[in-house]
Design a protein around this ligand. Structure first.
Ligand SMILES: Cc1cc2nc3c(=O)[nH]c(=O)nc-3n(C[C@H](O)[C@H](O)[C@H](O)COP(=O)(O)OP(=O)(O)OC[C@H]3O[C@@H](n4cnc5c(N)ncnc54)[C@H](O)[C@@H]3O)c2cc1C
Length: 413
């Protein structure tokens, strides 16, 4: 087998593009994957449709990654959203831009992306070895020795670790890379779930399981501070709450939960209407339909499933007629429509998070090359690196950008 120029471990988007780029630069590259297929997680992305990137600007991308955004600047400059789009277009795949700049393959099949990555791997003569689970890396005088248990050892001059995070373990991303990097002396920022549904304390919310609310806004409150969502989709589940606007703020909320005992969630069911406008609307409806019972009049305001719970939270009789509702009761209704309260008690575990928060500390990686500052010749790419963004195609772009840069720099060095 000899010594490879570059061994890339983990065939997710980060590893595949790293291997492709190093192959394009004529290096002898091996891509090692523990599964018997490539890109298992990609197939799950975007509900199987793969939101592969976003057309947002570089500054917007950097902002999405919060504290870690600046670290990614060089990687984004090396291979950004338009480069990825061109890379896919070149193989005949057209892409479609949807709301909030999200980019999807026109086929709406995540497999289209994997298929193209496979084509590039073949074209650039990358050797792909399946069912190879890396257990350990040893540094030798002039190379790295990668250990695969009974599958043997592989020697390589450079190694790119792209084993992903520790969520959705069925895809193969079980967090192996963190242990291996730690054993080589790297610090790991504690792992936590990100883009994950949240648990709530109230029993009534569980009764609303499956109810999805569109175009609403939520606010998390702790210690008189607020985290406010964009307008978007929200969902009640059997354990609490989910949906894009919850997932996007979940990492932030989880970090606050560590310091603050109580976090409250307020759902603005009518974000398009002010208190005053709601008051006018209710007054008008209650006047024109004075004899109609509350439970029926609410049909114009709320989804069917929510009505009995909403009325119960107000301690009102559902059969009260509209013209019997007092001003104080109307005022309580408006307050509840603008801020339906829930208590956040935690989140689902990291296994069920779409992305892993934490990972290899960016302080120990050179942002211009993705090379370890501790072990020369070792590179990192993708979700294994600390830092993640909200949904919208940003995380896959991070994997492609860091992978491309690592592959290129490992090849040139
Ligand atoms: C349900 C779901 C939906 C998502 N949707 C989107 C979306 O639409 N848009 C978006 O931008 N992001 C999305 N993401 C996030 C996105 O999938 C990840 O950010 C991305 O896959 C990370 O790429 P990666 O290459 O770093 O890691 P991964 O894709 O996790 O790949 C890592 C690879 O390494 C392999 N591996 C692990 N350990 C070893 C080992 N010891 N030896 C050999 N191989 C190993 C694994 O088997 C795996 O193939 C979604 C995630 C999930 C779970």
């Amino acid at each position: 087998m000899g010594v490879y120029d570059i061994a890339v471990v983990g065939a997710g988007p980060a590893g595949m593009i790293a291997a492709i780029r190093a192959g394009q630069l004529k290096k002898k590259v091996v891509l090692l994957e523990r599964n018997d297929v490539l890109g298992k997680k990609i197939l799950l992305t975007g509900k199987g449709r793969c939101n592969v990137t976003n057309i947002a600007s570089l500054d917007a991308f950097i902002e999405r990654f919060g504290k870690q955004g600046v670290f990614l600047r060089s990687a984004f400059l090396a291979f950004f959203n338009q480069d990825l789009i061109d890379f896919l277009n070149k193989k005949g795949l057209q892409l479609k831009i949807e709301r909030q700049g999200r980019v999807f393959p026109i086929t709406y099949r995540a497999y289209s992306i994997v298929k193209i990555l496979k084509e590039y791997l073949v074209e650039n003569k990358v050797e792909v070895l399946y069912k190879m689970r890396l257990l350990d890396i040893k540094r030798k005088a002039d190379c790295f020795q990668l250990h695969f248990g009974s599958k043997g050892k592989i020697n390589a001059k450079k190694v790119i670790l792209s084993t992903g995070g520790a969520s959705y373990k069925i895809t193969g991303s079980t967090g192996d890379g963190f242990q291996i990097a730690r054993s080589l002396g790297h610090a790991i920022v504690p792992l936590s779930p990100a883009l994950v549904p949240l648990r709530t304390g109230e029993l009534w919310s569980k009764k609303l399981q499956g109810l999805s609310l569109r175009n609403i806004r939520i606010t998390f409150e702790y210690d008189k501070k607020k985290i406010v969502s964009d307008l978007g989709e929200f969902m009640f589940t059997h354990f609490g709450v989910s949906g894009p606007i919850v997932l996007d703020l979940s990492a932030n909320v989880i970090s606050k939960l560590k310091e603050h005992k109580q976090i409250r969630l307020f759902i603005d069911l009518k974000p398009g209407l002010s208190h005053g406008q709601l008051e006018d609307r209710l007054l008008k409806e209650f006047k024109s339909q004075g004899k109609v019972q509350l439970k029926n009049i609410m049909k114009g305001l709320l989804p069917h499933k929510l009505i009995p719970i909403f009325i119960c939270l107000l301690s009102l009789n559902p059969e009260t007629r509209a013209n019997q509702i007092t001003q104080r009761q109307r005022s309580s209704m408006i307050s509840l429509l603008k801020a339906l309260p829930l208590t956040i008690t935690g989140s689902l575990p990291i296994e069920e998070a779409m992305v892993t928060g934490g990972g290899i500390s960016t302080r120990e990686i050179n942002p211009r090359t993705m090379e370890s500052k501790i072990i020369p010749g070792l590179y990192f790419a993708g979700e294994i690196i600390d830092g993640c963004a909200s949904s919208g195609g940003y995380n896959l772009q991070q994997a492609f950008s860091t992978g491309y840069l690592a592959g290129e720099k490992a090849a040139y060095a």
